[in-house]
Design a protein around this ligand. Sequence first.
Ligand code: CA
Length: 224
Amino acid sequence: MQKILIVEDEEKLARFIELELIHEGYTVGKAADGRTGLEMAQSGDFDLCLLDIMLPELSGLEVLRRLRRTSELPVILVTARDAVMDKVSGLDLGAQDYITKPFAIEELLARIRAALRNAAPRAQASETLSCGGLTMDLGRHTVQYNGTEIKLTGREFLLLETLLRNKTLVLSRETLMEKVWGYDYMGETNVVDVYIRFLRSKIDDVFGIKLIHTVRSVGYVLKE
Ligand code: CA
């Protein structure tokens, strides 16, 4: 059974779409803000995401931008009437399609069917990154060390993925900030140090290994 995630803060509309989708035989998950929506979309549990643009916490476009770093989950954006720039940005960011409010439910269902048809099967989209005994499965959103699963938060996962994609290369705190937290993040770069500490406590410390290395006054590098 195909699972669809609805990220929509208008409760009545979300409920209406949910009932229609269930009636069509889909399983449905719902989120009412961008942050929760992003987490659920990254979980790997869904086949498609219906993503409203005007959302609390994180806008739909920001959710999409962050989601695309780790996931090819098909996304249909829900835009306000005449928001041309949103549509253009959304498609540039990797949305499969968009639909304009207010829409007829039949049109939405047709677009969902088309997007699901064109989507690669989830298993094929799976990509694996590794270093030493550490493996990250991007499709399943899991991390293991020699077969033992490591539970990471969304941010820790992104940070580790960035390190894995650039393994043996030294990454500065600024680069990590930009890749993991986004250009718009206004916080201090020591948040990177804090998250590196979290990763070490879950990986290096637990398995008695040294994968995450500090390069004094430069940044961090992942290597055996
Ligand atoms: Ca909205």
